[in-house]
Structures are given as structure tokens and as C-alpha cells.
Design a protein around this ligand. Structure first.
Ligand SMILES: [Zn+2]
Length: 376
């Protein structure tokens, strides 16, 4: 026979929020979860749950109840670079000037933040091989760590691609909850020859690709007109100049080069027109939005209505601590709350994040421990 205390802890409660999403199907605007002790025992529309559990207290949990969310795009090695607001070009200078911060210690700081936030997974771009190796060794969270590749000299394409292939082939033998992938930095920082090789390797070997594309107006100016503030950066830092800029917008350039497809995740996708959104959607390319970073770096905002029109539902990422106040992807959704349908946003933060990283999306059903449920 149970004590009085046992009886109390086992009283059913109905949890509700502005949006309740169980990980599949349509998020519910008037939904709820019945919780007994440490487990969910029922999910469904609030009216039905209240009928079945008339005595259960109704507990409002805030904006949303969802499975664990996913941060689909970040750079943990930038965790100790100070937060920056300003133009995209000045941000790139800020990152280059703090290049020595991109260490395992910074990655540890970022990883600890993600663990504290209890994310269900993450996608990370690491600048140095040492950081990739450190994450493979130390992450208890699943996801993908992408090695960043920057090289504009087409004559070096063969050698760089070979080096990347060697590293990834070795890394993927390691036991880790993380998979390895490749991140060609941007359409203008990798030569077309190298980009083609990396994409071919990714397709043949099954490595996921993640790339910053159509982020800033400066990127478009550089790609289409060979002009704008980004143009002067290589000279400022003594880097080799941009070569053979295509005179095309980033997405059209990638489409022509044969880079788009389901193996590729485009991060940002802000500076796009309707035809480009259609190209991304029809090719099966995945997209990750980072709205708070876009706002901080004066990049504009992704045209969500166009993506949704073509049934391309983006995932969400914070980008790094150098352009985002924290690594909590829920903050990205809340930043857009009301401007974009909240049901789209909770799906973006949960299911779509898992999909982009090739992880199975968890579901909240009868029997799910409440530790697997996140309230926002
Ligand atoms: Zn980024």
C-alpha cells in the first residue's frame, strides 16, 4: 500500500503551452500532455484530455512543449570570441582578428553550454582539425562536426581535396556520437574546382556538407559584381585575391556547378529570390536559418513565406557566440514568434534539426520520460 506521499506524486497533471508538438504531425495550438510522476501517459487535444482526466490540474508551461530541440548550425570554437554587432564584413574582420581563440578550450565552453541546454543534437563547423578531433573524442551529444575548408586557388584543389579525404576517412573510423562532414566555407572562399571535388567526395562517401550561402548583401555584391566591402579583405590580410568570381548570385552559381542536392545543407539562405528558393526546394537541398545572427550582422531575414510556399521547411541554428547572445536555439524561434507561424517554428527547432543532421527525430508518446520533454 502506498503512503500519502506516493499518492500525491502520482496524481496526473495536464501540461499545456501555446504550442504542443509531439515530434511528428501538426503541432497543436490547443494541445496537452498528461504527466504522471516522471512520465508522459497521454498526448492530445486539450479538450479531450480534460474530459478523460477531469480532476487533473492544468499547468501552463509557457510558449511551447516539444521534444529536445536541435542546434543545427554553430561554431563552438568561436565561443570565446566577443559578441559582435555590425556589418557582415566587419564581423569577418572581427573573426579573423580573433583567429587564435579558435581552440579546444573554446569548443569545450560551447559544448558545455549545449549540454546544459540539453539539446538533442548539434551541427558544428570547426576551423581546425584539432577541434574536430577534440569534439569526436569528447562530445556525448549526437550530430555532425564539419571540417571547414577555405581555399581559392584552383591549382591547389587536387591536393586540398586529397588532404580532406584522408582526414575524414580516418576520423569516421573513430567511435563517437558525432559524424564527420565537410564545410566549404562560402561560394566565394572555395575555388569551383575544389568545390566540385568536395561535393563528389561527399556524394560518393556519404559525408554531409554544410555551407554558408546567400547570407549577406556583401556576398551577393562580391559574387555578382566583383565589388563591395568584402572585395578588399584578402589584400588587408595578405591573403590570395578572389579568383574568377562568377557574376552570378550564390544559389544560381551553386545550381550551375551541380552543388545543390539532398547531401547539402545551406546555412542562412537570406539573400534569395523566389526562383532561387524554388531551386533549393526542387533539388532537395536542406536549409538552416539563423535569424538572430542575421539581425546582428545586418544581413536581413530569410523569406520564410517563400520557403514555406515551396514546402521547404528550414531547421534552426544559433550560429556562434560571436554573433548570437547564446547557443539556445529556442531563442531563434522566439525571435521570430508571431512573425512566422509558431507551429512552423517548433517543427524547425525539433524535427527539422534532426533531419538536417541525419538523426532520428524523437517522439513524445505514452511512456516518454518527462526528461525528454522541453518547455520553452
Ligand atoms: Zn556560421
Amino acid at each position: 500500500m502506498g503512503t500519502q506521499e506516493d499518492t500525491l506524486t502520482l496524481t496526473p497533471e495536464i501540461w499545456t503551452a501555446e504550442v504542443v508538438y509531439v515530434g511528428f504531425g501538426t503541432p497543436m495550438l490547443k494541445g496537452g500532455l498528461v504527466v504522471v510522476g516522471e512520465h508522459v501517459v497521454a498526448v492530445g487535444p486539450l479538450a479531450e484530455l480534460r474530459q478523460t482526466y477531469p480532476e487533473a490540474p492544468l499547468i501552463h508551461k509557457g510558449k511551447a512543449l516539444t521534444p529536445k530541440v536541435v542546434n543545427a548550425h554553430t561554431h563552438l570554437d568561436l565561443s570565446t570570441v566577443p559578441y559582435f554587432r555590425g556589418s557582415y564584413t566587419d564581423f569577418i574582420k572581427h573573426v579573423i582578428d580573433h583567429g587564435s581563440n579558435r581552440t579546444e578550450e573554446a569548443a569545450l565552453q560551447g559544448l558545455s553550454e549545449l549540454q546544459t541546454l540539453r539539446v538533442g543534437g548539434f551541427g558544428d563547423i570547426a576551423y581546425r582539425s584539432e577541434v574536430v578531433e577534440w569534439l569526436l573524442e569528447n562530445s556525448s551529444l549526437p550530430g555532425v562536426v564539419y571540417l571547414e575548408v577555405i581555399n581559392r586557388n584552383p591549382e591547389q584543389a587536387e591536393a586540398v581535396a586529397r588532404r580532406v579525404a584522408q582526414r575524414l576517412t580516418e576520423w569516421r573510423k573513430r567511435k563517437s556520437p558525432l559524424r564527420v562532414g565537410i564545410s566549404p566555407h562560402t561560394p566565394y572562399n572555395v575555388s569551383p574546382a575544389l568545390l566540385k571535388k568536395l561535393v563528389e567526395m561527399a556524394r560518393l562517401e556519404g559525408f554531409p556538407l554544410q555551407m554558408h550561402v546567400a547570407e549577406s548583401p556583401e556576398e551577393t555584391a562580391l559574387m555578382t559584381q566583383s565589388s563591395g566591402p568584402l572585395k578588399a579583405l584578402p589584400e588587408r590580410y595578405g591573403y590570395p585575391p578572389y579568383q574568377n568570381l562568377p557574376g552570378q548570385t550564390p544559389v544560381r552559381y551553386l545550381a550551375e556547378l551541380g552543388v545543390l542536392g539532398p547531401h547539402l545543407t545551406v546555412v542562412h539562405g537570406v539573400q534569395v529570390d523566389e526562383e532561387e528558393v524554388q531551386m533549393l526546394a526542387q533539388s532537395g537541398t536542406q536549409v538552416v536559418a539563423c535569424p538572430r545572427s542575421n539581425e546582428a550582422l545586418a544581413c536581413g531575414q530569410m523569406p520564410w513565406e517563400l520557403y514555406l510556399k515551396y514546402r521547404l521547411e528550414p531547421a534552426l541554428g544559433t550560429d556562434s557566440r560571436s554573433s548570437s547572445p547564446d547557443l539556445d536555439v529556442r531563442g531563434e524561434a522566439l525571435f521570430l514568434w508571431g512573425r512566422v507561424d509558431p507551429r512552423v517554428l517548433v517543427r524547425a527547432a525539433a524535427r527539422n534539426g534532426y533531419r538536417v543532421l541525419g538523426l532520428e527525430a524523437p517522439r513524445i508518446t505514452r511512456g516518454t520520460p518527462v526528461s525528454q520533454v522541453q518547455s520553452w
